[in-house]
Design a protein around this ligand. Sequence first.
Ligand code: 3PG
Length: 305
Amino acid sequence: MKVLVATEKPFSAKAVEGIRHRIEEAGHTFALLEKYKSADELRAAAADADALIVRSDIVDEAIFAAAPKLKIVVRAGAGYDNIDLKAATAAGAIVENTPGQNANAVAELVIGMAIMAARNKYCGTTGFEISGKRLGLQAFGQVSRHVAAIAKGFGMDITAIDPFCPAEAIEAQGVKVATSLEELYAGNDIVSIHIPATPQTVGSIGRDLISRLPKGAVLINTARKEVINEAELAEVLEARPDIKYFADVKPGNADELSDRFGDRIFFTPKKSGAQTAEANLNAGLAAADQIVAFFRDGTDRFRVN
Ligand code: 3PG
């Protein structure tokens, strides 16, 4: 079977070599496409592939049409909103992700961003300490759990909300449970977003929630830019000069926000939450192992379609 690793944003060299080793050791053929510039390049490279490993790369209907042999696509990471699941199913391909493999890397970035915001982007003015502050986690998946564990070490007071996670499971981690999103936003000095982009969540965080943040609060988004109503975010940043927005997912209106609120916002130039040597290796090897297992005996534990 031919396994193509197609990553516009490359994994570390060590992760690529690890994936190659696992694929070839299992008797498959390994191929690599990195830093490609167009969907055409991806379509051409995938034409004879049986399996595909991607990151945030767009895998749409056109890819499945151009790659008729594709049997499995593994998103080496958590969010799979970049993959057209309907098209995959229609093409007879299964889609998997590698949940949790890059969670600590993203969580460390959340804490880094919290401190960077608290210290006014290290500009020398008086900031605040995150110790003793209230941290709100919107959703309580793998990244959130790591954030909570690290934040406890900083002495933060942590609250979460997650409609898909029982309250007892949240409380078992020493984290309080908010009864509504409104309460989460109103009651925390730092709110960190950890929801996926789905038809239900896209544009769901806007004026109503953001304007409830308490004085001097920071909103951190390492999830997906699509979950924010960007026009309403700009409105609230205008009306509330005390609020900050720090994100690992650059908004569509980044230039406008930078011009108007430069000292209170921050965006990474390229999504970098999962961009650590450790996360690349964990997610890359997990993806390779999942493909090997699938071709060996049909194992599809992490299937999402
Ligand atoms: C994820 O969903 O796993 C993260 O957003 C990381 O995405 P990336 O692999 O494109 O950096």
